[in-house]
Design a protein around this ligand. Structure first.
Ligand SMILES: Nc1nc2c(ncn2[C@@H]2O[C@H](COP(=O)(O)OP(=O)(O)OP(=O)(O)O)[C@@H](O)[C@H]2O)c(=O)[nH]1
Ligand SMILES: [Mg+2]
Ligand SMILES: [Zn+2]
Ligand SMILES: [Zn+2]
Length: 364
């Protein structure tokens, strides 16, 4: 009995050491912490073996200590032990293999972001929730249909994968995906902005979004998904909440209807106040990002004036908050200063729209 407690305490101590190492290494890089975990697991297996196995060999333990393990032959236990070590080694190789590959997907059907998809057996269609090297299979496991399903990081990439939330079949991404949400009041010009940008329309049945591939400064390609948030969603922040992509999107395009700007209001047929639309948005972002009061939104946000081409007689200057301040929207501009860290002002236009998407991509 005392022996079991001692073994338990040693294993516990080793786990604690691994955890401490993970916490220390976390800021350096995720990879280091997962490698530490793998090495830690290996150490635990080895320690368990050193502590437990000699007793089994002496024959003492098999008579007195362990009862539940007695029916498993000793050779099989050794075999399992070495398989566990091999599995950890294969996992380590997998971490290195995945180093510069994209490790997550964004489902275009339900906008869930996930790193572990469901895998499908190519022969019988059985769905697997998780495939990892283990003592049940270091390189592959056998499906009930007889097919050998790969469990290595390399092998898994050849399987058909499903979204864990909605079951939509999504390919394994080769490049990283980012979501930009186009937000703004009713009829402000969100759809027009998207239509006048170089984006391809994608309909998944549940959602409509637009996409493009942009190279960043380093020449790395990024898959950009642009989503419009309907005007009616701004009636309450609860409505905004149903749009899951707010949780992990990479930037915002806030469309400002030139006719909703203070001094241009006499031309306006919409009844909302620009500042209220921003309030609702900020409130929602704070809820979804768990921002503390006073903490600012760090996602790059472009504030884009739409319909300025229709206003000859109103002095609206482009690409500067000056046009807003001079036209009675000082409160709105102050709110932007106080709540966003990375933002810029633009106006719509064929050339400008592309510039806006590029600016967000560079700042994501
Ligand atoms: N002249 C001009 N008209 C614009 C511009 N942007 C939008 N419009 C017009 O404004 C109206 C509303 O534009 P939409 O792009 O549908 O606005 P929206 O924000 O998508 O509207 P909802 O989705 O209904 O909230 C349309 O008649 C557009 O043609 C612009 O930059 N210049
Ligand atoms: Mg629209
Ligand atoms: Zn199968
Ligand atoms: Zn999905």
């Amino acid at each position: 009995m005392l022996l079991i407690i001692k073994e338990f305490l040693i294993v516990l101590l080793l786990f604690a050491l691994v955890k401490v190492a993970m916490v220390i290494f976390r800021p350096v890089h995720e990879i280091i912490s997962s490698i530490t975990l793998s090495i830690g697991k290996g150490v635990i297996y080895a320690a368990t073996a050193v502590i437990v196995l000699p007793k089994k060999i002496s024959g003492k333990a098999s008579v007195n200590v362990s009862e539940s393990n007695d029916d498993i032959p000793f050779s099989e236990r050794i075999n399992k032990f070495f398989k566990s070590i091999a599995a950890e080694a294969v996992k380590l190789i997998g971490i290195v293999y995945m180093h510069n590959k994209v490790s997550y997907s964004i489902c275009p059907n339900c906008f869930t972001k996930y790193s572990e998809p469901r895998y499908v057996c190519p022969k019988c269609g059985t769905v697997y929730h998780s495939l990892e090297p283990s003592n049940n299979g270091v390189f592959s496991i056998e499906c009930s249909c007889g097919y050998k399903i790969p469990v290595t990081a390399y092998g898994k990439r050849k399987l058909k994968t499903l979204c864990p939330t909605c079951g939509n079949e999504n390919p394994i991404p080769e490049i990283e995906s980012f979501v930009i949400a186009v937000i703004g009041g009713r009829g402000s010009g969100k759809s027009t902005f998207i239509e006048n940008s170089e984006l391809s329309k994608i309909s998944t049945g549940k959602e409509v979004f637009y996409e493009t591939i942009i190279e960043d400064e380093t020449g790395k390609e990024k898959h950009i998904m642009v989503v419009e948030t309907e005007g009616k969603d701004f009636i309450s922040s609860e409505n905004l909440k149903q749009h899951k992509y707010y949780e992990y999107n990479s930037g915002f395009i806030f469309i400002i209807d030139a006719f909703s700007v203070g001094s241009a209001k006499n031309f306006n047929n919409e009844t909302y106040i620009l500042s209220d639309v921003l309030d609702t948005t900020i409130l929602n972002l704070q809820k979804n990002y768990n921002l503390k009061p006073g903490e600012r939104i760090q996602k790059p946000t472009a504030f884009v004036l739409a319909k300025s081409d229709m206003l000859d007689n109103v002095n609206i200057k482009k690409e500067s908050p000056k046009f807003l301040i001079e036209n009675g929207e000082e409160v709105f501009v102050n709110k932007i200063h106080n709540n966003f860290t990375t933002y810029k002002f633009f106006k719509t236009g064929l050339k400008e729209n592309q510039e806006i998407i590029n600016w967000i991509t560079r700042n994501m």
